[in-house]
Ligand binder design. Structure first.
Ligand SMILES: Cc1ncc(COP(=O)(O)O)c(C=O)c1O
Length: 450
C-alpha cells in the first residue's frame, strides 16, 4: 500500500529523495545509550554559548524597540546589519589570506577582488548554510545536469544532488584538496561525451574538509580556476564553484588560503557559502552565502518561496554577538578546545591503531580521516563495522562520502572519526575500542563484504 501511495501521489523529486544513509547511524547511536559515537558531526555541547546567548537575548527583549524589531518578520535576504558584518568578515578573511599568500610566494596569483565583490547586497542570510547549498543548487541545476564533487565530499550535499536528479562526477582529492589534473581529465571526458553544456557546478569544501579534515592549498585553487576558465571559454558561461567554507574560521591557528573569489574570474563564478552555526551555535541555524549578481536575485526569489526570511530573532542575536565581540571571544575558546580534542584523538590513534592505518592529524575542523589497507572493508556490512558495534563504538563508513558515479569504483577502506561532541573519555575509550576491533579483524584476515 505504501508503495502504491508513493508511486501514485509523489512527485518525481519526492520519489527521488531517499532516506539519508547516515540517518540510520544516528538512530543507532540514539537507541544505544552506552554506545560511543565518533560518527556524529555535532559540535562540542559543553562549550555552547548558553550564558552569552541568554544575556544577548535579554538585552534584545528588554528594549521594546529592539524586541519588536526582532520578533517581527524580517526581510527575505536577511537582517541588513548581519549582512554588512558578514560581508566585512569574508572580505577581511580574504584580505589577510591574499596578503599571506603573496608574502609566502610573490606572484601567487591571488588577487583580492574589488570591494564590490563583497558588497552586503550580495549576501543572503539562510537557515544554516545547508539552505544556501540547497538554494544555490536549485537556482542552477535541472535534473540530468552534471555536478562535479570532491572524492570524498560532505555526504549531506550528496542528498541534495540526488534529490535534484543531478548526475555526479567524483574528482580525486589529495592532501592539497581537489586535484586540478583530475578535474581537467573529468571535464575532458565529459566534453568528449558531448555533455559539457550539462556541467553546472563544482562543489568544494575547501577548508578543513568534512570528511577528510584537509584544506585546499592556494596553488590547487588557482589551478582549478585555470582549468574551469579553459572550459568556460568553450561554453561561453561560468561553471559555478560552490565553495563551502563551513569550517573556515575553525582552524586551530590563524591562516588559510584565499577563497576561490580571489582566483581569476572568481567573483563571476563563485558562490561562497559560510555559516555561524559551527563556530557559534548550531541550534541558531544561521548560515550565509555571497553570490554573484543574477544568481543572488534568483536564489533570493527561491528563498522567498521557501520561507520569506531566516528566523529574525536568531539573526538579531547573531548580529549582537558579532557586534559586541562575544562571537570572536567564543571562537577563540572553541579553537583552543577543538585543538586540544584533536590532540587527544591523535594521541589515542597513535597509541592504539595498528601501523597499517594511514591518517594525519587535522589542523582545524573536527574530523579525522583514516585509510586502512586495501584488503580491509569498513562499510556497514563489513566485519569491522560489526565488531565495532559489538564493542559499542560507531564511525562513519567513508563510502557514504562518495557520490554515485558509475565511471569509478567507490573505495571501502576509509572512515571518518569526529571528536566534535565527544568527551575526552569517549575519544580515548572509543578510539581504543575501534583499534581493538580493527586488530581483531586484521588478525583474522577475512574482512566481509562492504
Ligand atoms: C561541510 C559542511 N557544510 C555545511 C554544513 C551545514 O551546516 P549548517 O547548516 O549548520 O550551517 C555542514 C554541517 O555539518 C558541513 O559539515
Amino acid at each position: 500500500m505504501g508503495g502504491t501511495f508513493q508511486n501514485a501521489v509523489l512527485s518525481a523529486k519526492g520519489r527521488r529523495t531517499e532516506e539519508p544513509p547516515i540517518g540510520w547511524l544516528m538512530n543507532l547511536a540514539l537507541s544505544r545509550p552506552g554506545l560511543i559515537s565518533l560518527a556524529a558531526g555535532f559540535t562540542d555541547s559543553a562549550t555552547l554559548p548558553a550564558a552569552e546567548t541568554r544575556t544577548i537575548a535579554e538585552r534584545i527583549l528588554n528594549r521594546p524597540r529592539s524586541a519588536r524589531a526582532a520578533l517581527q518578520y524580517g526581510s527575505t535576504f536577511g537582517l541588513d546589519e548581519l549582512r554588512e558584518i558578514t560581508a566585512r568578515r569574508i572580505y577581511e578573511l580574504d584580505r589577510q589570506a591574499v596578503a599571506a599568500a603573496e608574502e609566502a610566494s610573490p606572484g601567487s596569483g591571488a588577487v583580492l577582488p574589488a570591494k564590490e565583490a563583497y558588497a552586503p547586497k550580495r549576501v543572503l542570510i539562510t537557515n544554516g548554510s545547508q539552505q544556501l547549498l540547497y538554494l544555490a543548487t536549485e537556482a542552477l541545476c535541472d535534473p540530468g545536469d552534471i555536478a562535479l564533487l570532491e572524492d570524498p565530499t560532505y555526504f549531506v550535499f550528496l542528498g541534495i544532488a540526488q534529490s535534484f536528479g543531478l548526475r555526479c562526477r567524483g574528482v580525486a582529492t589529495g592532501p592539497q584538496g581537489v586535484e586540478p589534473e583530475a578535474l581537467e581529465a573529468a571535464l575532458d571526458r565529459i566534453e568528449r561525451a558531448g555533455e559539457l553544456d550539462r556541467v553546472k557546478l563544482l562543489y568544494l569544501v575547501s577548508y578543513y574538509q568534512n570528511p577528510t579534515g584537509r584544506s585546499a592549498s592556494w596553488e590547487a585553487k588557482r589551478r582549478v580556476a585555470e582549468v574551469l576558465a579553459r572550459f568556460e571559454r568553450k561554453l561561453g558561461r561560468p561553471i559555478c564553484v560552490l565553495e563551502d567554507a563551513a569550517y573556515r574560521e575553525m582552524g586551530f591557528a590563524p591562516g588559510g588560503a584565499p577563497s576561490m573569489l580571489c582566483a581569476p574570474g572568481g567573483p563571476e563564478r563563485t558562490v561562497y557559502s559560510g555559516t555561524y552555526s559551527k563556530p557559534f551555535a548550531t541550534g541558531l541555524r544561521i548560515g550565509f552565502g555571497l553570490l554573484p549578481p543574477g544568481l543572488f536575485e534568483t536564489a533570493g526569489r527561491l528563498k522567498n518561496n521557501h520561507d520569506f526570511g531566516t528566523a529574525n530573532f536568531q539573526q538579531h542575536i547573531l548580529a549582537e554577538a558579532l557586534r559586541s565581540g562575544v562571537y570572536d571571544a567564543h571562537l577563540e575558546v572553541l579553537r583552543r578546545r577543538y585543538a586540544r580534542k584533536a590532540r587527544w584523538m591523535a594521541r589515542a590513534i597513535a597509541a592504539n591503531f595498528p601501523p597499517e592505518a594511514e591518517w594525519s592529524p587535522p589542523s582545524g575542523g573536527m574530523y579525522f580521516w583514516i585509510r586502512w589497507p586495501r584488503r580491509m572493508r569498513v562499510g556497514p556490512g563489513s566485519r569491522l563495522f560489526r565488531e565495532a558495534l559489538a564493542s559499542d563504538v560507531l564511525y562513519v563508513p567513508g563510502r557514504f562520502c562518495y557520490a554515485k558515479d558509475e565511471t569509478r569504483k567507490i573505495p571501502d577502506r576509509e572512515m571518518r572519526l569526529s571528536f566534535g561532541n565527544a568527551t575526552r573519555r569517549e575519544i580515548e575509550e572509543g578510539t581504543a575500542r575501534l583499534a581493538a576491533a580493527a586488530r581483531k579483524v586484521l588478525a583474522r584476515g577475512g574482512y566481509g563484504k562492504s
